[in-house]
Design a protein around this ligand. Sequence first.
Ligand SMILES: *Cc1c(COP(=O)(O)O)cnc(C)c1O
Length: 237
Amino acid sequence: MSVAENLAEIRSRIDELARSAGRNPEEVKLIAVSKTKPVSLIKEAVAAGALDLGENKPQEIVSKYPEFEGDSVRWHMIGHLQKNKVRHIIDKAELIHSVDSLALAEEINKRAEAIGKIQKILIQVNVTGEDSKSGVSPDDAAELCREISKLNNVRIMGLMTISVSGYTYEENRSVFDSLAVLAARIDDMKIDNVSMKELSMGMTHDFDAAIAAGATMVRVGTAIFGARDYGAKNNAN
Ligand SMILES: *Cc1c(COP(=O)(O)O)cnc(C)c1O
């Protein structure tokens, strides 16, 4: 199957899942996760209308960015971001999904201010509590939002989470429901400059449960571009 065919299939699946959850399909944005994939393949996706692209490494955004300058694509930083890499992507990222500390938000704020930008961000929450995973704990998320809300050049748009690979539909659903409940709770606090409009959750194997739980952004890589080859040079993750 071609990238365009994969995209068409995923879009119709998203449509169907949204409708069966009683939601408007237009509320669910598909982010095509292009990490490790070559420009030629990503161009196929862009030609088929996938204009929101997700990458988990700053250097991949930096190297791919110039190849798409005429294409009006929006780059989403979805992976762990080190403070010293922020300056490389600050002018390129539409949305940074993976903010999980005040220190990182402060660095983003500083770099955004320097270029006169208000950087949209999501707070990454570690719902499942695994040590290996990035993200603020659910208990600390509201306080982190409150602190970050004081920064003038970042704007919190919602929350992001990653479930556990191998989880069943029901297990994923429970993770994503927890994120939605947390977002509603933070929204109720009416913190200035904090929106809980976006819920970035769901990947190839669990976007069904995420859409049922209220995802507004699903991040899909494998189902669009095929399996990733982490053995390839410079692709180590
Ligand atoms: C790689 C990645 C995805 C996409 O995963 P697939 O299983 O290939 O759909 C989504 N979100 C994040 C944070 C990722 O790193």
